[in-house]
Design a protein around this ligand. Structure first.
Ligand code: MRU
Length: 362
């Protein structure tokens, strides 16, 4: 296999693969094309912020923290393209780039969080020399990446304390290294439990229609040697009723002020099943996923994607021509169904999130 495009520099993900990396020279962004996994491990090279926005929309990169990191790197490309611009035009150009990136996917708040951090820094350095402006933004984008990876490691250790030896963890979608700066949120908890010497096994929901569980979660865990079995989404109830699931651990795309969370479609159903069967339902997410400005789950914008993605599997069309299909990409799980939220700042009851944020001034 060809070496990854950032070689010989190490990936900021801390692994042999990475969802997003910025070239040393700041002129290219490399994204692992997650649509092709596990069949092919291919990195696409992007040279403009427009291309990064399109890649986010098209799911080349996905997962809340990872799209924030990719967008931050996209802002560096935008700053580079604006090298000749005077301060005012530079700021206007970066604001336009920021709006384009944020519009690519509406639900994950990490996207707007990362982009607005980048914009604030760009505004502060607008009057500096062009090279300094680019270097400042590149340093911040890389910091956002590394901070997320470290947050995952920390929340992983915090969450792992709740995972007993011998546990079977059910997870949904992919909340792993591919969805983050590295290590993962829900998969970070599982990895940390395994690293602590606990025997853990995983049931990975396939997660229709993009099959992030079947393709990506299984790919990551198999490489780590953590036992994983893929199940179809409709099998979760069967395994819960048979008492084969110790806990459910998922990621989140946004955590509202009251502790409601948005995550991949199907998460709400799992939380209801967990409640019914008395199984703990945990959410793992970095603090950048917390959005105290959004009051509750009803106010979270939920992306609806195209019919086409539902009616096809691989190349095959499964639904009769002309029959409509629906594709909400996310759903909301109310706070009362969540046993605990693991973040890098600690473990919280969902209803405590606002108080925890205000106590720390965020
Ligand atoms: O549509 P996706 O693949 O971007 O959805 C991803 C999820 O729902 C993840 O669970 C969430 O972003 C958390 S990733 C650490």
């Amino acid at each position: 296999m060809a070496p990854p495009p950032w070689y010989p520099a190490p990936a900021l993900s801390g692994a042999g693969y990475s969802a997003a990396e910025l070239a040393e020279s700041c002129d290219r962004v490399f994204l692992l094309d997650q649509r092709d996994l596990p069949a092919r491990e291919v990195y696409v090279t992007l040279r403009s912020v427009e291309d990064v926005a399109e890649a986010i929309r098209a799911m080349v990169v996905r997962g809340a923290p990872a799209i924030g990191i990719a967008a931050a790197y996209g802002m560096v490309l935008a700053a580079r393209a604006l090298r000749p611009a005077v301060a005012e035009r530079y700021v206007a150009g970066l604001r336009a780039a920021a709006s384009m990136l944020v519009a690519a996917r509406p639900t994950a708040v990490n996207l707007s969080w990362a982009v607005s951090r980048m914009l604030t820094s760009a505004e502060a350095h607008a009057s500096d020399a062009a090279e300094v402006r680019v270097a400042e933004l590149a340093a911040l984008a890389r910091r956002i990446h590394v901070e997320d990876r470290e947050a995952c490691r920390r929340m992983g250790r915090i969450g792992a304390a709740r995972i007993p030896d011998g546990a079977t963890i059910l997870t949904h979608c992919n909340a792993g290294a591919l969805a983050t700066g590295g290590y993962g949120t829900a998969l970070g908890v599982i990895r940390a439990a395994a690293e602590a010497g606990k025997r853990v096994r995983v049931l990975a929901d396939e997660t229709r229609p993009y099959l992030q569980g079947a393709r990506l979660t299984a790919w990551e865990l198999a490489q780590d040697g953590i036992p994983v079995e893929v199940i179809t989404d409709s099998m979760a109830g069967y395994f819960l009723r048979r008492r084969e699931v110790t806990a459910i651990v998922v990621g989140a795309d946004r955590i509202a002020r009251n502790g409601d969370i948005a995550n991949k479609i199907g998460t709400y159903g799992l939380a209801c099943l967990a409640k019914h069967h008395g199984v703990p339902f945990y959410v793992a997410a970095p603090w950048s996923t917390v959005d105290l400005a959004t009051l509750d789950g009803d106010h979270i914008p939920l992306e609806e994607r195209s019919r086409d993605e539902v009616v096809r599997v691989g190349g095959a069309v499964l639904v009769p021509e002309g029959v409509p299909a629906r594709h909400p990409a996310f759903d909301v799980t109310p706070a009362e169904l969540i046993t605990a939220i693991f973040t890098e700042r600690g473990e919280f009851a969902a209803g405590e999130i606002a108080r925890a944020g205000e106590a720390s001034g965020v």
